[in-house]
Design a protein around this ligand. Structure first.
Ligand code: GCU
Length: 614
């Protein structure tokens, strides 16, 4: 049975007949929630139009708790009241405002009901080529998203497949009904569009400088906004992995994005343009091209050329959501362009919602180097699907929860976020809560140890992206090489190598370019080193490769034991235990295959004499 995740005390979905604003919804939710929690206090919600849209203040007196908020803040404040009561913690003091005004999830749902990189079942809103959904589940989901402040949802895959054009052409009335379901939760819809769409409508070109094309898009946008006046805007993946884009016409990405932005501007719409552009037909023999350099090389020269309502959406690292990547230098260098950082909740390369992988600690590393006011928005590829708990693995919900929390306030501590999730989701003893929180907080480090330590990436099974295959991407066209041979591994990305480190501001450039200061976790991302290289801790590189993989496996086994001993409710227990067992086999495969791979190359034995299969 589907259940309401970290809001289990809100079992009922409110009756939404006649509810059209977050204020009306908040008034229902506060009563329902206080009653469900047997809080013994009354709730009052008032909207103050003078407050910023998302802001709220909670004022508690003897018998009443009052939420004053902006038009959406009323709802965020309400959920905060309910969650704080449930967690038995204090209400936040003073005016609460989010760090980023737009907090988006990008769903990669296809209209046939499948989800690209989806690990939680089918789409919640597409099936058989059209919009089709269970209203109650949409309401449950909206409530979850709103409870952690997420306010934009992009419904369809950035890789827009053929039938997706129907979304605007044939399904606008249905889309508009769906928008109305999300609306009281303060959530606005966004749609992914295909840059070449005009050509599917008898135009001979999609050239952004063609007047005909501009008029076509304007017309199209007007049509959509007539039905959905508060649509957030369009999301575009252009000139990337065989998607069409302005390069076909010799135009820049500023020209392409601005054309669409102009069409959206009069409606207040935003154009979100992804910066995931690189040469995906690279010859592996080509030693000069280095994929991590690509985004900066393409977009940095265009800084300042984008319209006000364009947002460039940049993946957090220069590759593609690997277990460990340094922050994208593009995020640090664009001074005059609106930026959103793109995270990935879907565990494409990070265990596919089978292996436990809680992302908050990983994101915190990014916020440590990102200047506070650098982003105007934040986006995350969704990990949602129609599975009962929405994310396949019940504990993967914490990534959605944590994303919302961190998008609102990136200064929150990882431990606090995860502890809140655990406290809200499970009726455990203090000891069990701490034990689960501990498992979740160390899960990323464990996964990293048995898969991709020291900054090695792409040793994963091609296309599928689960399980080890050390040479799987080595001779392919995707620009994803580690270049292991019998002496050394890694790529020199310093000034004397591919030059990638030169894209960073000075402090980071120095940190990464110098072997002595480069963090161990990124060593082989930035440097090519012999297996005999002596690391900071006195062990050789080869020994660290072995040790980390053995350690990762041992810790994954321990993690599984701990998880399996916890008193999860029946609804979660089986799924958690089944996945934990799969995680251990996965960890064993990684450990043995990677160790064997390096042992065969280097011929160096493990100092500890452990079994390495040759
Ligand atoms: C990865 C992923 C693709 C996806 C792409 C993207 O390459 O494997 O499925 O299309 O990222 O972010 O667009």
């Amino acid at each position: 049975m589907p259940y309401p995740a970290w809001l289990p005390f809100l079992l009922e979905t409110p009756d939404l007949t006649h509810v059209s604003t977050p204020l009306e919804l908040a008034q229902k939710e506060i009563n329902l929630g206080l009653q469900a929690l047997s809080a013994g206090i009354k709730g009052k919600v008032t909207c103050d139009p003078a407050l910023p849209r998302d802001a709220y203040r909670i004022v508690k007196s003897e018998q009443t708790v009052q939420v004053h908020g902006g038009s959406c803040g009323v709802l965020y404040g309400t959920y905060e009241v309910l969650m704080a009561l449930r967690e038995e913690r204090d209400f936040p003091e003073g005016l609460q405002t989010p760090q980023y005004p737009d907090r988006m999830v990008n769903c990669w749902d296809n209209m046939d009901g499948s989800i690209e990189r989806g690990y939680a079942g089918k789409s919640l809103w597409f099936s058989g080529g059209r919009l089709q959904y269970d209203e109650q589940r949409i309401l449950q989901l909206s409530r979850l998203l709103a409870s952690v402040g997420i306010n934009v949802i992009c419904l369809n895959n950035v890789n827009v497949h053929e039938p997706a054009q129907d979304l605007i052409d044939l399904q606008l009335p249905d889309l508009s009904k769906l928008a109305a379901l999300f609306r009281p939760f303060g959530i606005r819809l966004m749609i992914s569009i295909d840059f070449s769409q005009p050509m599917r409508h008898d135009l001979s070109t999609a050239d952004p400088l063609s007047h005909e094309v501009q008029a076509w898009w304007k017309n199209r946008v007007d049509l959509v906004y007539r039905e959905i006046p508060d649509l957030y805007g369009f999301l575009v993946k252009a000139d990337s992995e065989h998607r069409p884009g302005p390069f076909t016409y010799g135009r820049t990405h500023a020209e392409g994005a601005n054309m669409l932005a102009d069409a959206l501007a009069s409606h207040g719409g935003k154009l979100v343009w992804r910066c995931f552009v690189y040469n995906c037909t690279q010859d592996w023999r080509d030693r000069k091209t280095d994929r991590p350099c690509a985004a900066y090389d393409t977009y940095q020269p265009l800084d300042g050329q984008f319209r006000e309502n364009v947002i460039l959406q940049v993946k957090h690292g220069p590759f593609d959501f690997q277990v460990r990547e340094p922050i994208s230098p593009l995020l640090l260098s664009m001074q005059s362009t609106n930026l959103a950082m793109e995270l990935q909740l879907a565990q494409e390369y990070t265990g596919q919602q089978i292996d436990l992988y809680t992302m908050v600690p990983m994101w915190k590393e990014l916020f440590q180097v990102l200047p506070k006011d650098r982003l105007c928005a934040i986006a995350a590829v969704s990990n949602l699907g129609a599975s009962d708990c929405f994310t396949g693995h019940p504990l993967a919900l914490c990534n959605l929860f944590g994303y919302g929390k961190i998008a609102w306030n990136p200064s929150l501590a990882s431990g606090d976020v995860v502890r809140s999730f655990v406290r809200l989701s499970y009726d455990f003893s203090q000891e069990d809560r701490e034990s689960l929180t501990g498992c979740m907080l160390e899960s990323r480090a464990i996964y990293e140890k048995y898969t991709a330590n020291l900054g090695l990436c792409w040793m994963i099974t091609p296309n599928q992206h689960y399980g080890p295959n050390p040479d799987g991407y080595e001779y392919q066209s995707w620009g994803t090489y580690h270049k292991a041979d019998r002496n050394a591994v890694g790529i020199d990305r310093t000034g004397s190598g591919t030059g990638y480190t030169l894209q960073y501001p000075e402090a980071l450039r120095e940190l990464y370019a110098n072997v002595a200061s480069c963090p161990d976790e990124l060593l082989l991302f930035f440097h090519r080193l012999p297996y005999t290289f002596v690391m900071r801790d006195g062990r050789t590189l080869m020994q660290r490769l072995y040790d980390d993989h053995f350690e990762g496996l041992a810790r994954a086994e321990q993690l599984t034991k701990t998880l399996c001993a916890l008193p999860f409710p029946e609804r979660d227990r089986q799924e958690i235990q089944r996945r934990a067992a799969l995680q251990v086999s996965n960890a064993r495969e990684w450990c043995d295959i990677i160790n064997t791979f390096f042992h065969r190359f280097s011929g160096i034995p493990d100092e500890m004499g452990r079994t390495i299969y040759d």
